[in-house]
Design a binder for this molecule. Structure first.
Ligand code: FAD
Length: 469
C-alpha cells in the first residue's frame, strides 16, 4: 500500500484559494477534440475530413489512449452474431487495414469464422472470438489483434494526412463556458496554462473531464481497474501445444497462475503480432476509483506485486514461459469506467439486450446501436461527447465500451460537428438523416437501417477472393 501521510495535514486548511489570472490563448479551431484515444482519433478524423479545421489535444506523448498506452490489444465487439456480420466499419476498419498492411494486425478472414476445430486452434489465443457467446468454446469471429506502437504510429500518420493540428502533452484543466455555450478549454502544460478556443468541443477524455467541468449532469460509474502488461520471450507454440495436449495439467497450472494474479478473464494471455510477445489483460482490481490519485497509485503498486509473483511462478512452472521477461506495464492505467454522461438519452442494458434500433442511431457496436442523443450533454451547447463515458447506465456501458464502438461514436461526433458548422446550427440541431447519410457515404455504418449489409468488407474476405478481386 502507498505511504499516505495524512497526519502531516494536521493543523493545515482543507482548501486553498487560487488567484485569478490571464491565460495565454495558443490556438483556435472550428472543432477541438479533447483526448486522443480511439474515440478522439476517430472524432478528429471525422471532423477534419468533412471540412472543419480541427485540433486534437492529448495529455500523453502519443495517441491511442487505452488501445495503445493502455495496451489493450484486441479490437473486438465489432461482430454482430445475430446478423453474422462486421458491425463497426469506417475509420476503425481503415485503421485495421493499414495496420495489417504493415504486419501489425492479425485477424481471421470470413472462411475462418465459426467453430471449425482448425480455426479455433489457430485464432483463440489471438483473442479473435465472440466473448459474448454462450457457446463453449467461443466461436471465432472478426476481431483484430494489433501492435500498440503500430496504433500510435498510424494514428499520427492519419492525423497529419488529414491536417489535424495536434497538441500533445496538454492536460485538460477546465472548460470555458459562457451562457451554456462551450467556447474552448484550458490545459495545463509544462509552459503553464494554455487556452484553446473552439466553435465546437468534443469530449473524448473517457472520464468526461470536459463535460463535467462545463456542468453537464453525469452519474458516478465504477468497474474493475487493470494494470495490463506484456511478456516477451514466450514460446507460444509450446504453450499452446501444452494447453491442447495436456488439458488436465494445464488446468491445474492455469488456476494457480490466476490465483497469483488475483483477477483475470479466462484467457489471461493473448498473442500479439510481435513473435514471442504476449499481452496479459490482468491483474484486475476492484474497489478502486479511476479518478482518485490515491487509488490510481494503489493500483500501480498492487498490480505490480501481483504480476511479478505470477511471472516468477510462470518461469518456474508453465511450459513455454520458462524464459519469459516483463517487457512493460501499460503506461495508461486500465480504467474502464468513471463518470458517465447523463445526456439527452441514457442507453440502458435493456436497450442493448433488446437490440433496440433508434431512429437517430449514428453508431453500431456488436449487436446494438447508439443514438445521437447519447452524445449530447443536457443543458449545454456546442459540446459533444464520444467514447467510454457516453450517456449510458453503468451496466450498459460495461458491455458497450470496447474500442471499435468507441471509434464509431467518435467518428459520428466528428462528422456531426462538421455538419453543424457548415449548416450554421448548434450540434443539437444537426439534421440526423444527413449525418447518417454522410457516415454511410464515407464507409461507416450508423446502424439506422435494419438487416445485413450487402458486402463483407474487402479486408475480411477470404484470401483467394481478395487476391482475385
Ligand atoms: C484493461 C482493459 C482491457 C480492455 N480490453 C479491451 C479489449 O480487449 N478490446 C477492446 O476493444 N476494448 C477493451 N477495453 C475497453 C477499451 O479499451 C476502452 O473502452 C476504449 O479504449 C475507450 O476509448 P476512449 O477513446 O473512449 O477512451 P480512452 O481509451 O481512455 O482514451 C481517452 C484519451 O483521452 C486522454 N485524456 C484523458 N484525460 C485527459 C485530460 N484531462 N487531458 C488530455 N487528455 C486526456 C487519454 O490520455 C486518452 O488518450 C479494455 C479496457 C481496459 C481498461
Amino acid at each position: 500500500m502507498p505511504f499516505n501521510p495524512e497526519f502531516l495535514m494536521e493543523g493545515f486548511p482543507a482548501t486553498v484559494r487560487e488567484a485569478a489570472r490571464d491565460v495565454r490563448v495558443v490556438a483556435r479551431a472550428d472543432v477541438v477534440v479533447v483526448g486522443g484515444g480511439p474515440a478522439g482519433l476517430a472524432a478528429a478524423l471525422g471532423a477534419a475530413r468533412n471540412g472543419a479545421s480541427t485540433l486534437l489535444l492529448e495529455r500523453y506523448n502519443h495517441l491511442g489512449g487505452l488501445a495503445s498506452g493502455g495496451m489493450v490489444l484486441v479490437l473486438d465487439d465489432m461482430w454482430d452474431a445475430h446478423l453474422g456480420e462486421i458491425a463497426v466499419r469506417g475509420v476503425c476498419l481503415e485503421l485495421i487495414e493499414r495496420l495489417a498492411a504493415r504486419g501489425l494486425a492479425q485477424f481471421p478472414r470470413e472462411d475462418e469464422w465459426g467453430r471449425d476445430a482448425a480455426s479455433l486452434q489457430r485464432w483463440t489465443r489471438w483473442g479473435a472470438f465472440d466473448f459474448n457467446s454462450r457457446d463453449k468454446p467461443h466461436p471465432i469471429v472478426f476481431a483484430a489483434a494489433f501492435d500498440p506502437d503500430g496504433f500510435k504510429r498510424l494514428a499520427l500518420e492519419m492525423t497529419s494526412e488529414s491536417r489535424i493540428a495536434l497538441r500533445l502533452h496538454s492536460w485538460f484543466s477546465h472548460a470555458l463556458v459562457e451562457d451554456g455555450r462551450v467556447k474552448g478549454v484550458v490545459c495545463d502544460t509544462k509552459s503553464g496554462r494554455e487556452a484553446v478556443l473552439a466553435d465546437v468541443v468534443i469530449d473524448t477524455t473517457g472520464d468526461l473531464d470536459v463535460a463535467a467541468s462545463a456542468g453537464a449532469p453525469f452519474s458516478a460509474g465504477a468497474y474493475i481497474l487493470t494494470t495490463v502488461f506484456r511478456l516477451g520471450n514466450v514460446d507460444t507454440e509450446t504453450a499452446e501445444r501444452f494447453e491442447r495436449e495436456e488439458p488436465a495439467a494445464f488446468a491445474v497450472l492455469d488456476k494457480q497462475v490466476k490465483s497469483l494474479i488475483g483477477g483475470s478473464w479466462a484467457h489471461w494471455w493473448l498473442k500479439t503480432p510481435l513473435p514471442g510477445v504476449v499481452w496479459c489483460n490482468c491483474p484486475h482490481m476492484s474497489g478502486l476509483d479511476g479518478l482518485k490519485v490515491e487509488d490510481l497509485t494503489t493500483a500501480e503498486l498492487r498490480g505490480r506485486g501481483h504480476l511479478h509473483a505470477a511471472v516468477d511462478f510462470l518461469r518456474a512452472h508453465l511450459p513455454g514461459f520458462e524464459r519469459c521477461v516483463v517487457i512493460d506495464v501499460a503506461p495508461q492505467t486500465g480504467v474502464r469506467q468513471t463518470r458517465l454522461l447523463e445526456g439527452d438519452y441514457i442507453v440502458t442494458k435493456e436497450d442493448l439486450a433488446e437490440r433496440r434500433r433508434f431512429a437517430d442511431a449514428v453508431a453500431r457496436g456488436r449487436d446494438y446501436t447508439t443514438p445521437y442523443r447519447a452524445l449530447l450533454p443536457r443543458g449545454l451547447d456546442n459540446l459533444l461527447v464520444a467514447g467510454r463515458h457516453y450517456s449510458a447506465t453503468s451496466s450498459a456501458q460495461k458491455v458497450s465500451r470496447e474500442i471499435p464502438p468507441c471509434m464509431a461514436m467518435g467518428e459520428a461526433a466528428g462528422v456531426a460537428a462538421a455538419l453543424a458548422l457548415s449548416a450554421g446550427v448548434n450540434v443539437r440541431d444537426v439534421d440526423v438523416r444527413a449525418l447518417q447519410r454522410r457516415l454511410r457515404e464515407q464507409g461507416a455504418d450508423p446502424g439506422d437501417q435494419s438487416g445485413r449489409n450487402a458486402d463483407v468488407p474487402a479486408l475480411a474476405r477470404r484470401i483467394q477472393q481478395r487476391e482475385t478481386a
